[in-house]
Design a protein around this ligand. Structure first.
Ligand code: BDR
Ligand code: CA
Length: 321
């Protein structure tokens, strides 16, 4: 595949066990041209995210992809990490050595603007973390949208949340930023918890990866084992490929079933804060009849996923078969 045929992508992450699985896939898949990676506070503090991201790229033997440090806290909320899921170091406490790679000396927003506008073809943005960097970018340099093909983000939920009964972690961590993302004015796909939780790698594949001689395969296996619902003891596992599924959706959109629906982030304080309210009603309700309709962004919401197809896609790229 020539450079002109590959999909230019930029990943915004909070690495993160499943962010790492996404990075391993993205740098290995021949259809993707990863032009930059930006880091934001989320699963762990932003310096930990930078370190983990560089470690993954190093173990994967990835090319020289610029990595930038971004926001160290959400727009309004304090930092609220997910170390109970991702370990104290944010990457499963696997005892990995510190990376020799270093981040670029510009901040995430600057790198995002530079790489989006420099891309010869419109970029697909893949945020898989709290959306702080993306909101800052859209508000600081709105002109970037002219060279964004689409945004495929991991976040939100149609049905059930994880951070709260109704809110998914990435949106809950920075709800205002998510609201800014939804009004970006470019095509958006929401790869939410409804599909995120479904894509689980069979135990036999995990064991094969763990037993491999290639360090990047072993890392993939250890990360997956960390997220294995059977071994993690997590009664409501978010395990499996996690964020990597959103990258699969960029390579192979046909594996997702989506519907274009109005989506709004609940911003009011209280138990609903951070919920992505997805309007699946077939007809307007009394609210619209009596009070009129409100302009709401339309989003391609993932409602179904071909699990085997994405697992095979991910394994094939990561194992180089
Ligand atoms: C999201 O939160 C993080 O813990 C994961 O990396 C994923 O991006 C799932 O709610
Ligand atoms: Ca993430």
């Amino acid at each position: 595949m020539t450079d002109g045929q590959r999909i230019p992508v930029i990943i915004d992450c909070d690495t993160g066990v499943d962010d790492a699985l996404a990075l391993l896939f993205a740098v290995r898949h021949p259809a993707l041209d990863v032009r930059a990676i930006t880091c934001v506070a989320g699963n762990t503090d932003v310096d930990g995210v930078v370190r983990n991201t560089l470690t993954v790229l190093e173990v994967a033997g990835a090319g020289d992809i610029p990595v930038a440090r971004g926001a160290e806290r959400p727009l309004i909320e304090p930092v609220r990490t997910a170390r109970h899921v991702h370990g104290q170091d944010g990457m499963g406490d696997l005892g990995l050595p510190a990376p020799t790679r270093v981040p670029v000396d510009v901040d995430a927003v600057t790198l995002l603007r530079r790489e989006i506008l420099a891309s010869p073809r419109p970029v697909t943005l893949i945020p898989m973390a709290p959306l702080t960097n993306i909101a800052l970018l859209l508000r600081t340099h709105p002109e970037v949208t002219r060279n964004i093909e689409r945004i495929v983000f991991m976040g939100g939920a149609v049905a059930t949340g994880n951070a709260t009964p109704v809110a998914e972690f990435n949106v809950w961590h920075d709800p205002e930023a998510a609201a800014v993302l939804l009004t970006a004015g470019v095509p958006i796909t929401m790869y939410g918890l409804d599909v995120f939780k479904q894509v689980l790698v069979p135990a036999a594949d995990v064991q094969r990866l763990r037993a491999g001689t290639d360090p990047s395969l072993r890392l993939a296996g250890e990360l997956l084992a960390h997220r294995d619902p059977a071994t993690s003891g997590d009664p409501t596992p978010t395990g499996g490929l996690g964020d990597a599924g959103a990258v699969c959706a960029v390579v192979d959109p046909g594996g997702l079933t989506t519907e274009r629906l109005p989506v709004e982030v609940a911003l009011a304080p209280g138990p609903g804060r951070g919920q992505t309210i997805v309007d699946r009603r077939p007809l307007p309700g009394e609210s619209e009849i009596h009070e009129g309709t409100r302009a709401q962004p339309l989003v391609d919401v993932a409602l179904g996923v071909d699990v085997q197809r994405y697992v095979k896609l991910w394994l094939t790229a990561v194992e180089g078969a």
